[in-house]
Design a protein around this ligand. Structure first.
Ligand SMILES: Cc1cc2nc3c(=O)[nH]c(=O)nc-3n(C[C@H](O)[C@H](O)[C@H](O)COP(=O)(O)OP(=O)(O)OC[C@H]3O[C@@H](n4cnc5c(N)ncnc54)[C@H](O)[C@@H]3O)c2cc1C
Length: 330
């Protein structure tokens, strides 16, 4: 029987497993997927990830994959564009590689990794559990949201670009090997109008169609959903530490979900290995993440109003970018 059982082998679960092992606990990870796979994700990794990747001792593996270096951000709201440089270099790496590197690191440190195994909630009362299974299932909503993504080849850029309109948004940014990732979120009703044809959907906006014109799709579209955003948890059962999206799912336009997953996974792994109080762990996560969750939900509401789009060029992009990242300094 392991000291720490981790349900989910994504970034948060793998970060928890690595931290648990570095702390000397015996760790078992159960991951329902049989092997590494593409995931629907913008694959933008925030500046600030270097610190946690170094603490997890995977920074060299990460760099060896030659992730795209991202220095600029462009926000297109309707016909208005706001551009700024990032406070530090961000990164683009496919989830296929990121998730693989992290879970392989956990295994190399001695974590028992059980792929193709579903966590069914049963547990020994002495085992500490890290719940890292990703987004919580959503309740019923009127117009459900779906995410979609594909990789493209063609000229590479060092900007992460976000294109918002009344149907949703699409992000375009580089990953490794000169590949560009195109990933979006839209309401089911809008996707339905285009027969769920994502090529047609992403090219309906002239600005986005122009951005995509030199690119050629190199993999089939993949989709996920329904999606719903959830604030960070404030209570937890005994012996249970929730991490990553299971703890709280921030709107992906912030590009900060992976960073949150790595930090909360790391903290959950440490807390579980040491047997610290889950409530104390939650308080630490709250202090890291409450600000980005509040700011992102305000921005999401504003972006859905087209009257707001003409003011977009006056938005303090760099400041908002900083305010939607985890407050690691606190
Ligand atoms: C459309 C979209 C775009 C995004 N773009 C970005 C971006 O550009 N930048 C960014 O930082 N974030 C982005 N995110 C958010 C980011 O993907 C998540 O925050 C991140 O994946 C969270 O990691 P996690 O480990 O908590 O969850 P996940 O990555 O979802 O991993 C959970 C793992 O648990 C496994 N699992 C689930 N249930 C069980 C079970 N019962 N038993 C065993 N295993 C189980 C799953 O197979 C999965 O591998 C985006 C999200 C979406 C939906």
């Amino acid at each position: 029987m392991a000291d720490v059982l981790i349900a989910g082998g994504g970034p948060s679960g793998a970060a928890a497993a690595i931290s648990g092992r570095l702390e000397g606990a015996s760790v078992r990870v159960v991951e329902r997927a049989k092997g590494p796979r593409h995931k629907v994700c913008g694959e933008f990794i925030s500046p600030g990830a270097q610190e946690v990747l170094q603490e997890l001792d995977v920074w060299n593996e990460f760099r060896s994959m030659r992730p795209c270096r991202i220095w600029r951000c462009a926000l297109h709201l309707g016909k208005t564009t706001n551009r700024w440089t990032l406070p530090d270099c961000g990164w683009g790496l496919s989830r296929l590689q990121l998730d693989r590197i992290l879970l392989e690191k956990a295994a190399s440190l001695g974590a028992e990794v059980c792929r193709g195994t579903v966590f069914d909630g049963r547990q020994d009362s002495r085992t500490r559990i890290v719940l890292a299974g990703g987004r919580r299932p959503e309740g019923a909503v009127e117009d459900r949201l779906f995410g979609f993504k594909a990789h493209f080849e063609g000229p590479l850029d060092d900007a992460v670009e976000l294109f918002f309109d009344e149907c949703g948004y699409v992000g375009v940014s580089g990953v490794e090997n000169g590949v560009t990732n195109v990933c979006g979120i839209a309401a089911e009703s809008s996707l339905k109008k285009h027969g769920f044809e994502f090529d047609e959907f992403v090219r309906r906006s002239p600005v986005l169609a122009e951005r995509l014109s030199p690119l050629r799709r190199r993999m089939p579209w993949i989709a996920v959903g329904p999606l719903s955003f959830s604030g960070s948890r404030t209570s937890t059962p005994p012996n249970v530490y929730m991490a990553g999206d299971r703890l709280g799912f921030i709107d992906p336009f912030t590009g900060s979900g992976i960073l949150n997953a790595l930090w909360t996974g790391r903290l959950a792994g440490l807390a579980a290995a040491r047997g610290s109080s889950p409530q104390e762990y939650l308080r630490r996560c709250q202090s890291l993440m409450s600000r980005p969750f509040v700011i992102s939900s305000v921005l999401r509401r504003l972006a859905s109003h087209s009257e707001f789009h003409s003011f977009a060029r006056y938005l303090p992009g760099r400041l908002l970018f900083r305010l939607t990242r985890a407050n690691v300094a606190c």
